[in-house]
Design a protein around this ligand. Structure first.
Ligand code: ADP
Length: 478
């Protein structure tokens, strides 16, 4: 009796304890010599405690006939009065001619605690299943739906009772519906499928027959030896619509950009001819009628010629701008240090005259770009950095820093700076801020070209500056 784990107690027909093994001692905290001779009631919590003995005896007798050998749960009471759940099995037997009861007792507090935890976990799981926005379904190895949460009901239009036990192909449109059994059995035999793990976009079928896109993720689990598939389904109808709308928007935007480029090209191309005619005729007029038009007339004609030339320059810029948008880029690995050195050489005299020097802050990378276009972008930024600079020693710093996994280039000067309200305007075609300053020549297209070049490379350009304290142009390309 010492070896058994269960507490064993022998009680006589008056409910008095006759034997009390070490396991019983461990469970109840009573020493055998304390327990033996006591009424069994001392070991029992309500409802037995406090009842008279006949109740207990008849309970024991009834328990024996009803549940012989089968554990039933009652509450025991320890020596320190603490109560615990126990499993109790009672057998009636005759020992030395006396009617006795053998009670086998097991303290199941830990077991109950574990069960309670498991129940809590299950309740939590259920709460999650019931409240998540994603459809959650479990499917057995034959494809039969085992659980179907409220979100699934909302997504697919079926109530759980309509689909539980049904094959999951019910939720699929053709041809997936017909192919599903084959997919599943092939997966179960080969263990290979594209469907397990990861998210994929598939089409699903609503109860009302409509087909809609879902994002589906399937994971396999082994639950008490059974293969179970857990599917998460998210209705992405709205997301798809938004994606589609964005795509259409981008497409229409790039179409209208293209149309604008084409229009600018055609218009400027066609404008050049009458413009040439205008300026030729002004010249002829001056040559043929110089003696009659007088001084004022000559001045007016000179003005016409000047304006024609100016217009021609603008038209040329427009033509060039539209060409930038129309021509394909010739992408190649390009060492930007060499690009800057080339520009230095090209602008050698101008830089010297302006007392300007170009500093490369840190060695520049090799990037994939259209070499002539990128050279032009840097040359424009450097020209501006020199042009819009009133310092006796002009300093232009070029560098590259890494930010959010992107290489950001900058061209910084110590020039006149740009007031914040013009930071967007300056990139507009023909927009100039210093028109009254005749010394600074330009047509207001340099930055527009730079922006176009950067955007053609999939990048962006912006400026940071305050009036009077220099400007820094930043850009990245893709
Ligand atoms: P342009 O130089 O022919 O006027 P841009 O498009 O290159 O045309 O520049 C537009 C305007 O932006 C300039 O007129 C000038 O006012 C301003 N700007 C450009 N670069 C700088 C700079 N580095 N510092 C200060 N102002 C600048």
């Amino acid at each position: 009796m010492n070896m058994v784990m269960d507490g064993l107690i022998i009680i006589d027909n008056k409910s008095l304890i006759q034997a009390f093994n070490p396991a019983a001692e461990r469970i109840f905290g009573h020493r055998p010599e304390e327990a033996i001779g006591q009424n069994l009631k001392v070991l029992m919590a309500q409802p037995f405690h406090g009842e008279d003995d006949s109740y207990l005896t008849s309970y024991l007798a009834a328990a024996d006939t009803q549940v012989t050998g089968v554990g039933q749960e009652v509450y025991g009471k320890r020596r320190d009065s603490s109560v615990f759940p126990m499993e109790l099995g009672i057998n009636e037997m005759e020992i030395a001619g006396e009617r006795m009861f053998v009670a086998a007792i097991r303290d199941v507090s830990e077991h109950r605690e574990a069960e309670r935890h498991a129940q809590e976990d299950a309740a939590r799981m259920l709460a999650v299943m019931n409240t998540v926005l994603d459809g959650l379904l479990t499917i057995d190895h034959e494809g039969s739906i085992q659980t179907f949460n409220p979100a699934s009901a909302r997504i697919f239009g079926y109530q759980p009772e309509e689909v539980i036990g049904q094959n999951v192909k019910l939720l699929m449109p053709q041809p997936d519906r017909d192919n599903h059994d084959r997919y599943l059995s092939s997966y179960l035999s080969t263990g290979t499928t594209k469907m397990i793990g990861g998210n994929r976009e598939v089409r699903a079928r609503h109860k009302n027959g409509s087909i809609f896109p879902i994002e589906l993720s399937i994971n396999e689990m082994n639950v008490v030896g059974k293969r179970l598939f857990v599917a998460t389904a998210r209705d992405i109808t709205e997301r798809k619509k938004a994606e589609q709308a964005t795509l259409q928007y981008i497409e229409s935007l790039s179409r209208s950009n293209q149309e604008l480029d084409d229009f600018a090209y055609i218009a400027s191309h066609d404008l050049k001819e009458p413009l040439r005619g205008l300026s030729n005729n002004a010249r002829f007029l001056k040559e043929d009628f110089d003696d009659v038009i007088g001084e004022v007339g000559a001045r007016r004609l000179a003005r016409i010629t000047y304006l024609c030339e100016r217009m021609e320059r603008l038209v040329d810029d427009l033509l060039y701008f539209s060409r930038l948008g129309r021509q394909d880029l010739a992408m190649q690995p390009t060492d930007l240090n060499l690009v800057i050195n080339d520009i230095r050489r090209m602008m050698d005299a101008a830089l010297e005259e302006a007392h300007a020097k170009i500093i490369i802050a840190n060695p520049l990378p090799v990037i994939t770009c259209d070499l002539p276009r990128m050279t032009e972008a840097f040359r424009n930024l450097i020209t501006n950095a020199v042009k819009y600079n009133d310092k006796p020693e002009k300093c232009i710093e070029i560098g590259c820093t890494e930010r959010d996994g992107r290489q950001i280039f900058h061209v910084r000067d110590n020039g006149i700076g740009i007031p914040a309200q013009f930071h967007k305007d300056i990139f507009r075609i023909f927009k100039r801020l210093n028109e009254e300053d005749d010394k600074v020549k330009g047509t207001g297209v340099g930055l527009t070209f730079v922006k176009k070049i950067i955007e053609r490379h999939g990048g962006e350009i912006w400026v940071e500056s305050e009036a009077g304290s220099g400007a820094t142009f930043y850009f990245y390309i893709n």
